[in-house]
Write a protein that binds this ligand. Structure first.
Ligand code: PEP
Length: 257
């Protein structure tokens, strides 16, 4: 889709300490430069653990590396007696641009409901952080309701009260495809991503639907990225495991080659 710059986002989850993270970003940048990658054709974002953010931000700034910096979560609150939580205010001060919200691992292991996800979307927008809103059905949901009903409902809930001008990213991540090695087919991804774009249109209007990037996530690798990127409503990928391998992630970023 011509007007939407593709976005390749690397969700490192709880991997790479701050020293490993810095080494990884340097190597990835070198690999792309060696390959004569045109950096302005694809947006790249990395989502390290909180403890890595300062170090990675310093490197991106010092070496003028054109990757966006993202966080994997944020608090619904801005400050106060919330032990262990991280405020969007602090993320913004660190030059963090975006934040993953509602990843299936947070929904499953941290009992994040649609209400919590919606409150986190509001917290991100309050601090001009781009929420990367993750939605997706489990294998059981798929069997019971088909592919799109659950992600559509999750996205409707997340976008309630979001203004039409908001900059958001949506990630369709079927839970059964995450870390399983079994990606959705490009046709499956397209079908659900098109429905998610309809949700964006209904909630935020035509301009937002045309502008908003909808990513596919779930066992994306160098060998399958191009097939997803050919789909009209898939504007990029949220990549877990393969974002931890320099050459593999570089090949995903260079999906056009
Ligand atoms: C993810 O967890 O966001 C993800 C897509 O993981 P993987 O690429 O490893 O399936």
């Amino acid at each position: 889709p011509a007007q939407r710059t593709p976005l390749i986002a690397g969700n490192w989850k709880m991997n790479l300490d701050h020293l490993q993270a810095v080494a990884f970003v340097q190597k990835l940048h070198w690999a792309l430069k060696d390959a004569k990658h045109e950096f302005d054709t694809v947006d790249v974002s990395v989502f390290p653990p909180f403890t890595d953010l300062r170090s990675v931000q310093t490197l991106l700034d010092a070496d003028k590396i054109p990757f966006g910096l993202g966080a994997q979560d944020l608090s619904i609150h801005d400050s106060g007696a919330y032990t262990g939580e991280v405020s969007g205010v602090f993320l913004k001060r660190l030059d963090v641009r975006s934040v993953i919200i509602g990843h299936s691992e947070r929904r499953e292991y941290h009992a994040e409901t649609d209400e919590v996800v919606a409150a986190k979307v509001q917290a991100a927008l309050r601090h001009e952080l781009v929420p990367v809103i993750c939605v997706g059905e489990t294998a059981e949901d798929l069997e019971r309701h088909g592919a799109s009903a659950v992600p559509v409902g999750q996205l409707e809930a997340a976008l309630a009260g979001v203004p039409a001008s908001a900059d958001v990213v949506v990630a369709y991540e079927p839970v059964w495809a995450i870390g399983s090695g079994q990606a959705a087919t490009p046709e499956q991804a397209q079908e659900v991503c098109a429905k998610l774009r309809d949700v964006v249109r209904a909630a935020l209007g035509d301009d937002a639907a045309a502008r908003t990037r909808i990513l596919y996530g779930g066992s994306v690798k160098a060998a399958n990225i191009a097939s997803f990127m050919r789909q009209p409503d898939v504007d990029g990928a949220l990549v877990g495991g393969a974002s931890l391998l320099v050459d593999e992630f570089a090949s995903i970023i260079r999906f056009r080659k």
